[in-house]
Design a protein around this ligand. Structure first.
Ligand code: NAI
Length: 264
């Protein structure tokens, strides 16, 4: 049985990825920042254990969870070491945790341009810190364990906003950075049996898109050839494929999962 770590696993896309991996035979370690009381992570773990109990397969994957801020290198080191001790290897890492502070350049308020710098910068710093730097920390530490076995697969969750232009500058830059990190880690680690790939979802029915107004949702759907938002499971299945040996010769790639919204 292979062992996986999924960051941002308590809800949305991360939760779906965790279920997809667990129900296809991976032991799963869920990572999530604690920003909810009672803990969203504990609820998700309980739900998952219930689903596993009720499935008909022979295997019963282990599910463990840790509250951990991925931008805190000391905590990530501590948690990944505990996971390694418990599972015996780290075969798959999915860097899914992410935030969008939704700050954007406000050209309608030029008189306040300089005044707004600090607010914009704090959003930018936060997004780079969690999305890009956090993914770097997790990849670096997981790779240390994967290198011991000369085997592993890392899947980064970027975004369509890391490819097309966006008003959310820090978010877009962090997600573009994740595509670049994918290639650079892939190049460095490929010779050691470790593949690194990326998924760039478009508009998915969950977390981040739930904040959009109905008007905006309709507007975006018109621009998507499939005429709908994607479901979390549609992202999770691609992640499962990339994580698995079925994708054994795919390395440094970024797969768009966006209903044709962006064709490149
Ligand atoms: P969400 O906001 O519903 O869930 C985010 C998860 O990340 C939560 O579990 C949260 O606790 C965790 N998290 C946030 N900051 C963290 C930190 N510092 N340390 C550890 N965990 C942290 O997000 P959603 O919508 O499920 O998105 C998941 C990923 O997919 C994100 O990286 C997002 O950028 C990306 N994405 C989402 C799209 C969408 O339409 N929902 C579209 C494109 C990309």
């Amino acid at each position: 049985m292979k062992n996986s770590i999924i960051t941002g696993a308590s809800r949305g896309i991360g939760k779906a990825i965790t279920e997809e991996l667990a129900l296809s035979g991976y032991n799963v370690a869920l990572i999530s920042r604690n920003n909810h009381h009672p803990s969203e992570l504990v609820r998700t773990l309980d739900e998952l254990k219930e689903k596993i109990k009720n499935n008909n397969y022979d295997y019963k994957p282990l599910c463990i969870g840790f509250e951990c801020d991925i931008s805190d290198k000391f905590r990530v080191k501590e948690v990944f070491s505990k996971i390694y001790d418990k599972f015996g290897s780290i075969d798959v890492l999915v860097n899914n945790a992410g935030i969008n502070s939704r700050r954007s350049l406000n050209v309608d308020n030029i008189p306040k341009w300089f005044e707004n710098l600090d607010d914009n910068l704090s959003g930018f710093d936060e997004e780079i810190n969690v999305n890009l730097r956090g993914s770097f920390i997790c990849s670096y530490i997981a790779a240390g364990y994967m290198l011991r076995n000369k085997r592993g697969s890392i899947v980064n969750i970027s975004s369509v906003k890391g490819i097309e232009s966006t008003t959310s500058l820090g978010y877009g830059a962090s997600k573009a950075g994740m595509i670049k990190l994918t290639r650079d880690f892939a190049k460095a680690l490929g010779a050691y049996g470790i593949r690194v790939n990326c998924v760039a979802p478009g508009f998915i029915n969950c977390g981040m898109t739930s904040e959009l107004s109905d008007e905006k949702k309709t507007e975006y759907k018109k621009k998507i050839p499939s005429k709908r938002f994607g479901d979390v499971e549609e992202v999770a299945k691609v992640v499962r494929f990339l994580a698995s040996d079925n994708a054994s010769y795919i390395n440094g790639e970024c797969i768009n999962v966006n209903g044709g919204y962006l064709m490149i």
